[in-house]
Design a binder for this molecule. Sequence first.
Ligand code: PT1
Length: 271
Amino acid sequence: MQQLLKKIRSGHFAIMGILNITPDSFSDGGKFDRVEAAVTHALDMQAEGADIIDVGGESTRPGATPVDEKQEIQRVVPVIEAIQAKSDVLISVDTSKPAVMRAAIQAGASMVNDVNALRERGAVECCADLGVPVCLMHMKGGPRTMQQNPVYEDVTGEVSGFLQQRARVCVEAGIPKERIVIDPGFGFGKNFEQNVTLFKQLNVICKLNFPVLVGISRKSMLGQILDRPVDERLMGSVAAAVMAYNKGARLFRVHDVAATHDALQICNAIQ
Ligand code: PT1
């Protein structure tokens, strides 16, 4: 993972393929079938060009309800182990809970992706101790209520200040700067206009001297522009990835790996 981050700092892009391990995400023919289906999807995404598989056992999309720690571990650990057994693809764990971070890293994940930017008690110390890279994402409020009425005076300034402050806390706790990735958190406590403003000004976030990860794939922000349901947002998602690339983002958390990979290869060749 450190090597991939070095590549990204030198200008390469990388793709993080999304692997949601929630009861509704894979056909339910029992636990073995679920793990098997998740591993197949992970290997497919790797073959399509994913550098990292982001394994998540708790939905953080707007309105989602929390999952308890034990259940989250029971969802992600068998999948991480099963991917590891079949492939050398890098794995990140999408969680905010220190116990899940520990269990996932022990099972073979090599990065923590936290939509809560390690604000949970013990999370910063946990990641410093584990010695793995972290993705710090901006979110205003919590998943359950964050879309109710988000207010900003200056969304980009606030997001940028927050990410710098969280990075500083991490560095002070012993996480080297080289292990930190930042993410503006599209759709997390931001209304449509705020998401668009933040996207327009993404170059400001990219100037902070950390690799920038963006997650916009299939999000409602694109749905509002296109007036299309979630399964018809492929072209919009790819266009948004290209725009983000042009503003300096280099890590892309996406559902549609093959299409995004092609588009970003073109960006990389022509930039
Ligand atoms: C993200 C992200 C994430 N997004 C990182 N991790 C989700 N680092 C989960 C909608 O408006 O952007 N960065 N982990 C998924 N969250 C959402 C949020 C999904 C909003 C959909 C929407 O449609």
